[in-house]
Write a protein of this length. Structure first.
Length: 66
């Protein structure tokens, strides 16, 4: 297990964006009728959070010194 245990700007940013994606997707499922376009936008946001994490980690924001 790493020393920083996910307490890095890259991890926090990715989690915040993923939570936003889950919020968008869940709101889309609560609409009547279900809005699948908004749901897939939420899925895309969640996927983008993984890309965001990878980019920030490559830029050095996933190290304990930040």
């Amino acid at each position: 297990m790493s020393d920083n245990h996910g307490n890095t700007p890259a991890a926090w940013s990715a989690v915040a964006v993923a939570l936003l994606g889950f919020l968008v997707g869940s709101v889309a499922l609560l609409l009547d009728p279900v809005n699948y376009v908004v749901f897939w936008v939420g899925v895309a946001i969640v996927i983008a959070s993984g890309v965001l994490f990878a980019v920030l980690a490559k830029l050095g924001y996933h190290e304990s010194g930040h």
